[in-house]
Design a binder for this molecule. Sequence first.
Ligand code: NAP
Length: 338
Amino acid sequence: MFDSIAIVGATGAVGQLIRTMLEERDFPFEKITFLASKRSAGSKIKFKGKEHTVKELEPGAFKGIDLAIGSTPDPVAKDFVPWAKDAGCVVVDESGYWRMDPNVPLVVPEVNADAAFTHQGVIASPNCSTTQMVVAMKPLYDASRIRRVVVSTYQATSGAGVAGQRDLIAGSKAALEGKEHKYETFAHPIAFNLIPQIGSLKYKGYTSEEMKMVFETRKIFGDDEIQVCPTCVRVPVSNCHSESILVETERKITAEEARELFANAPGIKLIDDLANGKYPMPKDCDGDDATFVGRIREDLSCENGLAFWCVSDNLRKGAATNAVQIAELLVRAQAAVS
Ligand SMILES: NC(=O)c1ccc[n+]([C@@H]2O[C@H](COP(=O)([O-])OP(=O)(O)OC[C@H]3O[C@@H](n4cnc5c(N)ncnc54)[C@H](OP(=O)(O)O)[C@@H]3O)[C@@H](O)[C@H]2O)c1
């Protein structure tokens, strides 16, 4: 057990859910500290029936803290992770900053739990769009190595944090009333629209969000040969990312075999009954920790292709749940040696 833990970015969209997860899963600790920016310092948070005061994140904040779960913007994580490490605190980090550092394991417990135990003080949790995709890929990959993935995402506004959630509601209201809304997070109106850009231009016409899906997938599977072609799109859905995924495997996996593999895979819930109009939808997956899979079909254009639809709560499995699961791996490992 870690005696003293901290949530860094405790007031954010992911941070709020990490608090809920720790309560729901009865995560063991003696003392908890909530850290955020100067803006929130002094505000109150209710946790396990007790009121706590949010403290400002500053270099001395990690004294006496054993484990921190961080969900802050990348530049903040760049600064605070070394402060925590220097104080002897292990960090599970949600931001993008440390994910591709060769000394930092990038972990999804259903896929590469063992990598967590190679950590040197920091473990990264992947981007939300990558996490649900690799959970879904894992049973197929184990049955027959995946050579290629073509993925299109339909990403909820909560992926852009609390400000993204505010923008969808306020922007939709304004649009219905025929008024203008000044968007905080999105470069274009998200109400009654789709935005085929998440992140900035990164490489050969792909965005930073899309290149995260390429590099993070390879790192998590430890397979640099997986080819990934992503298109990331922001959609006017409040929570839960959806993905249309096409994988090309080394040997053919039939739709029937895939259904059985998905049905038996940890972390996956299968809803696949097109005839009766049953498939995963964001509204039904909101608040669930699973990765949902449905619409499983053999590719009509390629011998070893398999297409499916995948939905997951980006704030839960895409962020908070995955981070807390990583922390639980560390707790279990400690318990095993003590
Ligand atoms: N949303 C998702 O679906 C998702 C999924 C996976 C990963 N992530 C990653 O998780 C991180 C947080 O995302 P989010 O959606 O929760 O964002 P958010 O709602 O904007 O929350 C950001 C958090 O970071 C804190 N923060 C900001 N600037 C700070 C500073 N200078 N010093 C200390 N704390 C600061 C904020 O505190 P204040 O309230 O005081 O500003 C807030 O608690 C990001 O790196 C994001 O990429 C998000």
